[in-house]
Every structure is written in structure tokens, then in C-alpha cells.
Design a binder for this molecule. Structure first.
Ligand code: PMP
Length: 304
């Protein structure tokens, strides 16, 4: 990733890609307290358009607030930087990664009086779980690793260190040939994927876990709106693993994963073992929305 052409916005300036470096004694590198976002820009007839930029920037600032990391920029400045990065790198569609980290003035647990820094990078990135996954669905395995407990991690924040848990779960299941991990909460109920929110469909109703242990996903929120507009009811509730084995359809959502059907969980086929009709409908409306083909959802797009 480091050896590329292009520019990364770093603390107010566009820096050549290869020079966008931090010191090895950076506090965040040692203790993991950094916050970040994952955003996508899609190709539209009007040019590249960033999906839900305002909501992503807001979540970044909320993440920083939760950890008492001082932001030296306004939300408007970071939004502008995000637009600038897409423009300057001449990207028609891309993944965008804003990140906030603590500087290298001193180490030790306390980050008090250390500086905070912000960078925004963008690069081309196709379907996270593969094009085939988007069409045919993926094979998922429940991980032995448990998702965060509210008294251990503050999951409204999208924090760097939390992804150790995601990586462990993903490593565990991909080593056995599965595409992605499903994590349960500390009570044993379905929480989310290693980098995705999860939904199931049963008798025409869409269900998803409440936000106690999973990230408040911006795609998840978009799916609520899309489903409602399609006349499909969405309910937040506790979901058990066996409930998911016996559901009609299931899918993951996320900025990287978009809307990815799940065709199998723990070697049990879900529904007919392919993308189900409600998933297909929601996915279609989602991809039309992000591509600027839908007037109804144009307010979700910021044209670069
Ligand atoms: N859960 C986790 C753990 C994630 O990393 C992500 C990706 N940011 C999501 C859910 C989905 O969130 P969003 O739709 O905002 O990308």
C-alpha cells in the first residue's frame, strides 16, 4: 500500500503518497487508540460521488469524542479534505480511509498532552467479499471469539484496536475455507461480522441485532430506510445462531462489503443457498442509490 503514486491528506496538507509516514514511536501504533472511517465513493453520471459523507464524518468525530481525542479540525474541514483526496487522486470510484491517531511525543498509557493527527487516503477497491459473493452469497462460520462487551469497549466508536478481535475471528474461519466470520455477543446472541452488520429475513420481515455490541453501521441505517421504502418491515432484536440457520435469507452490510448475501452459516444452507428475493431487492435499490440512479436517495451523495 505504501509504494504508490498519488496524494494523502495529512494534517492539512496533501502529501505525496510515499511520504505520508509516521514515527515508529507513535502512541496509537503501540496501544491501538486510533479512530477511523471507511467510506466509499461511487461512479455516477455527475462524476464520483461520496456515499453519506456527512454521516461518516460525524461518526469519526463521535469516535474521537468517546476517546477524548482532541480534533484540530472541524467536521466541515475533514469533509472538504475527503472530497479533495478523491479529486486530486482522480478516482472515479474508491474506498476512502480517514484516520485519527495520537502522536509520538511520549509513550506510556496516558495520552494526555500528546498531539492528535488526521489523515485521509483514498484508493480503488472492488467488492470486499468478491463479485461472486455479491451475486451468489458467501459461506460464513461462527467464530469462537466473542464480540466486544459494553463494559470493555465502547462500540459506538470505530476504533483501530477493536479490530484485533475482528482479525482473530476472520483468521480463524478463513483458515478453514470460509469467507467471513460471524461473531456472537457475550450472551451468545448474534452480533455482527468481522467488518459488517448482519441481517436475517424470516417470513418477509427483516431482523437485525440491536446496537449493544455491534457498530452503528451507516449502511445498516441505509438498509432500514430502503427496506421501509420498499414496504418491508425491519425489526431490531436478539437473534440466536439457530434462528439464523433456519431463516429464509441472510446478508451482511458495510461500506466495504456493501450488501453481501450469506448463503451458508456453519455448514447449514440458508434458505435455498443462494441470494434470496428480499436481499436481491434491497441490494438492487442500494446499488442504484449509490450510483446516483435514484432521485429518492440523491441526498446521500456528495458529488466530488
Ligand atoms: N461492523 C463492523 C465491525 C465494521 O467494521 C463495519 C464497517 N465499518 C460495519 C459493521 C459496517 O459499518 P458501515 O456500514 O458504517 O461501513
Amino acid at each position: 500500500m505504501a509504494n504508490r503514486d498519488g496524494f494523502i491528506w495529512m494534517d492539512g496538507k496533501l502529501v505525496p503518497w510515499r511520504d505520508a509516514n509516521v514515527h515508529v514511536l507513535t502512541h496509537t501504533l503501540h496501544y491501538g487508540m486510533g479512530v477511523f472511517e471507511g467510506i466509499r465513493a461511487y461512479k455516477t453520471d455527475a462524476g464520483p460521488a461520496i456515499f453519506r459523507l456527512k454521516e461518516h464524518t460525524r461518526r469519526l468525530f463521535n469516535s474521537a469524542k468517546i476517546f477524548q481525542m482532541k480534533m484540530n479540525y472541524t467536521e466541515e474541514e475533514i469533509s472538504k479534505a475527503t472530497i479533495q483526496v478523491v479529486k486530486e487522486n482522480k478516482l472515479a470510484s474508491c474506498y476512502i480511509r480517514p484516520i485519527v491517531w495520537i502522536g509520538s511525543e511520549k509513550l506510556g498509557i496516558s495520552a494526555k498532552n500528546n498531539s492528535t493527527h488526521v489523515a485521509v487516503a483514498a484508493w480503488e477497491w472492488g467488492a470486499y467479499l468478491g463479485e461472486d459473493g455479491l451475486n451468489k452469497g458467501i459461506r460464513v462460520k461462527t467464530s469462537s471469539f466473542t464480540r466486544h462487551h459494553v463494559n470493555v469497549s465502547l462500540v459506538r466508536a470505530k476504533a483501530s484496536g477493536y479490530y484485533i478481535n475482528s482479525i482473530l475471528a476472520n483468521q480463524e474461519v478463513t483458515a478453514h475455507g470460509y469467507d467471513e466470520a460471524l461473531l456472537l455477543d457475550t450472551d451468545g446472541y448474534v452480533s455482527e461480522g468481522s467488518g459488517e452488520n448482519v441481517f436475517i429475513v424470516k417470513n418477509g420481515i427483516v431482523y437485525t441485532p440491536d446496537l449493544a455490541s455491534c457498530l452503528d453501521g451507516i449502511t445498516r441505517d441505509a438498509i432500514f430506510t430502503i427496506a421501509k421504502d420498499l414496504g418491508i418491515e425491519v425489526r431490531e432484536k436478539r437473534i440466536t445462531r439457530d434462528e439464523m440457520y433456519c431463516c429464509d435469507e441472510a446478508f451482511f452490510t458495510g461500506t466495504a462489503a456493501e450488501v453481501t448475501p450469506i448463503r451458508e452459516l456453519d455448514d447449514r444452507m440458508i434458505g435455498d443457498g443462494k441470494r434470496g428475493p428480499i436481499t436481491t431487492k434491497i441490494q438492487q435499490v442500494f446499488f442504484d442509490a449509490v450510483a446516483g440512479k435514484s432521485d429518492k436517495y440523491r441526498h446521500w451523495l456528495t458529488v466530488v
